[in-house]
Design a protein around this ligand. Structure first.
Ligand code: GLN
Length: 510
C-alpha cells in the first residue's frame, strides 16, 4: 500500500472512518427511494393498477408480497456476484443505476411499465443493499470496537431516508399525482449515487470494495467479458421477474392445493425446503458445538421471519387500514409509513445505550430473551390496533393515536431484535459459512413477505368502490389484528419459555 492510500484510509470524521459518512448518505438516499415508493405502492395498485377488480386488495397483496420477497431474495445473488466478480463498488453502482431506472419507469402510467419498474428495483436492490452493508463492515479492521456504533449510525441513515421519503413522496403523490411521488423517489436514488461517486472521487474508501481481481472481470464466458456479462444478464433478468410479479393469480381452482398459490409462492416454498435440507446437511457434518450454534442461528432467523412478517404489513394492510379506517388530519395514509422510522431514529441510541449499561451491570438479557420481548412488543402493538375498534365513530373511523402507539411498540420490538440478531448470526456461524448464513438472514425478510402476502389476502376487502371503508373494512381489519396479536404473543411465549434451553445451545455467545 502506498503512503497516500494509507493516509487516505486513516481519514477520520467524528471518530469514524470518513468513508462511513459517504456510505451513510448513499444509503440514506437509496432507502429514501425504496421507502418513498413503498409508501405509495399499495395505494397505487388498489386505486390505479387494479382499480376495476373486485379482488383488487387480493391482487395488490399478492404483488406486494412477491415484490417484497424477490427484492430481499435478490440480495443473496447480488452479494455472491460481488464477492466473486464485481466487487462492492461496481455492484453498488450497477444496483443504484438499475433502481433509479426502475423508479423513473414507475413514473410512466402503464401496467407493463409497472411490473418492469418493480423488476428493475428487485434486481437493483439485489446489487445495492447487501454490498453497501458489507462495505460498512469492511471500513473497520476485525475486532475494531467502533464497528457496532458504526452500524448504529448507518441504521440511522436508513431510517432518516425511511422517515423523510413517505412524507415527501406521499405529499407529492396526493397533491400532484402518483408519478411525481415516484419521480422524486428516482431523484433520491440518483442523489445517493452522487454521494457514493463523490466518496470514490475523494478516495475515502482506500482500497476497499475493489473486484477480487482484474483477471476475473476480463475473463470471458460464452465469448463475453464477465464485467459486461453481469450487467447484461441483470437487465435480461428484469423481464423474467416482471413476468413473475404479474403472475399474481392463483395457479389452481378453488378447493385445490394451489387455490391460494401463485408461481412466486411455489418458488419460495421450494427454495425454503431446499435451504432447510442444505442446513440439515451442514449440521450433520458439523461438530457438536457448531451444530448447537447453527441450530440456534436457524432459530433466531426463524423468529425474525415471524417478526418481519407482521412488521412489513405496514406497507400493505396497515396503509389500507390507515386510508379507510383511521381519522387522519396531519398526515395522509401513505405518510403514516414514516412513523416506524421516526421512532427508530428517536429510540435507537437510547436502546443501544441501555444494552451497554445493562452489559456493564452484567444484567443484559441474553439474545433469546430479547427476541421473546421483541415478539411480545409486536403482539401488544397489534393488540392495541385491535382495541382501536372499540373507539370507532359512527363512520367506522378510529383515532390516530392508536396507530401512533402501535408503531411506537413495534419499533421498540424491532430494536430488540434486528440489530441484535444481525451481530449474533456472525457469532453463531462457523467462519466458512458465515457469508451463506448472512444470505439466510436476508432471506428471513424475503420469507416474511410470504407471510405478509398470506395475511394480506385474508384481510382483502372485496369492492371496486374507491371509497370503501366504514364498518365493512373495519371488522375485517380488527379481527385480523386480533389474530396477528395472538400469533405474535404465542410465539413470544414459546421463545421466552424455551429461553433457558436455548441458553445451553448458544454456549458462550450472549
Ligand atoms: N428497515 C430496515 C432496512 O430497510 C430493515 C428492513 C428489513 O430487513 N425487512 O434496511
Amino acid at each position: 500500500m502506498d503512503t497516500k492510500t494509507e493516509f487516505m484510509e486513516e481519514q477520520q470524521m467524528f471518530g469514524h472512518p470518513k468513508g462511513l459518512f459517504y456510505l451513510f448518505f448513499a444509503e440514506l438516499w437509496e432507502r429514501f427511494s425504496f421507502y418513498g415508493m413503498r409508501a405509495l405502492l399499495t395505494l397505487y395498485m388498489v386505486n390505479v393498477i387494479f382499480e376495476a377488480l373486485v379482488a383488487r386488495d387480493y391482487a395488490a397483496a399478492a404483488v406486494y408480497s412477491s415484490y417484497g420477497s424477490l427484492v430481499y431474495a435478490s440480495t443473496v445473488i447480488g452479494g455472491r456476484i460481488s464477492d466473486t466478480i464485481l466487487g462492492m463498488r461496481k455492484s453498488i453502482f450497477l444496483g443504484g443505476v438499475l433502481m433509479a431506472l426502475g423508479h423513473f419507469v414507475l413514473a410512466i402510467e402503464n401496467n407493463m411499465a409497472f411490473y418492469l419498474a418493480l423488476a428493475l428495483i428487485v434486481v437493483g436492490n439485489g446489487f445495492f443493499k447487501p454490498n453497501i452493508s458489507t462495505f460498512v463492515g469492511a471500513l473497520y479492521k476485525d475486532g475494531d470496537p467502533r464497528k457496532d456504533s458504526g452500524f448504529v449510525i448507518f441504521y440511522m441513515g436508513i431510517n432518516i431516508g425511511g422517515f423523510a421519503a413517505p412524507l415527501l413522496c406521499g405529499w407529492l403523490g396526493s397533491e400532484y399525482g402518483w408519478h411525481y411521488g415516484f419521480g422524486l423517489a428516482g431523484i433520491g436514488m440518483l442523489t445517493g449515487l452522487i454521494f457514493f461517486w463523490n466518496g470514490i472521487r475523494k478516495n475515502v474508501f482506500g482500497d476497499k470494495g475493489m473486484p477480487p481481481s482484474e483477471a476475473v472481470l476480463e475473463k470471458k464466458v460464452v465469448g463475453v467479458k464477465q464485467k459486461v456479462l453481469v450487467p447484461v444478464l441483470a437487465c435480461a433478468a428484469a423481464p423474467v421477474i416482471a413476468f413473475l410479479l404479474s403472475s399474481y393469480r392463483p395457479l389452481g381452482a378453488e378447493g385445490s392445493f394451489f387455490e391460494d398459490q401463485n408461481i412466486v409462492n411455489v418458488i419460495f416454498k421450494l427454495v425454503g425446503v431446499t435451504i432447510l435440507l442444505y442446513l440439515g446437511y451442514i449440521m450433520f457434518k458439523a461438530t457438536l458445538d457448531e451444530r448447537k450454534k447453527l441450530f440456534m442461528a436457524v432459530l433466531i432467523t426463524f423468529f425474525m421471519t415471524i417478526f418481519w412478517g407482521f412488521h412489513e404489513l405496514s406497507g400493505s394492510v396497515i396503509t389500507l387500514f390507515a386510508e379507510r379506517n383511521v381519522n387522519l388530519s396531519i398526515v395522509d395514509a401513505a405518510q403514516t409509513n414514516a412513523l416506524n422510522s421516526m421512532y427508530i431514529i428517536i429510540l435507537s441510541i437510547p436502546i443501544s445505550l441501555l444494552f451497554t449499561y445493562l452489559s456493564k451491570k452484567k444484567l443484559n438479557p441474553r439474545t433469546p430473551y430479547k427476541f421473546g420481548m421483541g415478539l411480545a412488543f409486536a403482539g401488544i402493538s397489534f393488540y392495541i390496533l385491535a382495541l382501536s375498534g372499540g373507539s370507532a365513530d359512527e363512520n367506522g373511523m378510529v383515532p390516530f393515536s392508536y396507530l401512533l402507539i402501535m408503531y411506537f411498540l413495534i419499533s421498540v420490538g424491532e430494536l430488540f431484535m434486528s440489530p441484535v440478531g444481525l451481530s449474533k448470526i456472525t457469532d453463531l456461524s462457523p467462519k466458512r459459512i458465515v457469508a451463506f448464513m448472512m444470505g439466510v438472514w436476508f432471506l428471513s425478510s424475503a420469507f416474511a413477505f410470504q407471510v405478509v402476502g398470506f395475511i394480506g389476502k385474508q384481510l382483502a376487502v372485496e369492492s371496486t368502490d374507491a371509497n370503501v371503508g366504514g364498518f365493512e373494512s373495519l371488522d375485517i381489519y380488527i379481527n385480523g389484528f386480533e389474530l396477528i396479536a395472538q400469533y405474535a404473543l404465542g410465539a413470544a411465549v414459546i421463545v421466552l419459555v424455551t429461553a433457558p434451553l436455548m441458553k445451553r445451545l448458544m454456549g458462550d455467545v450472549h
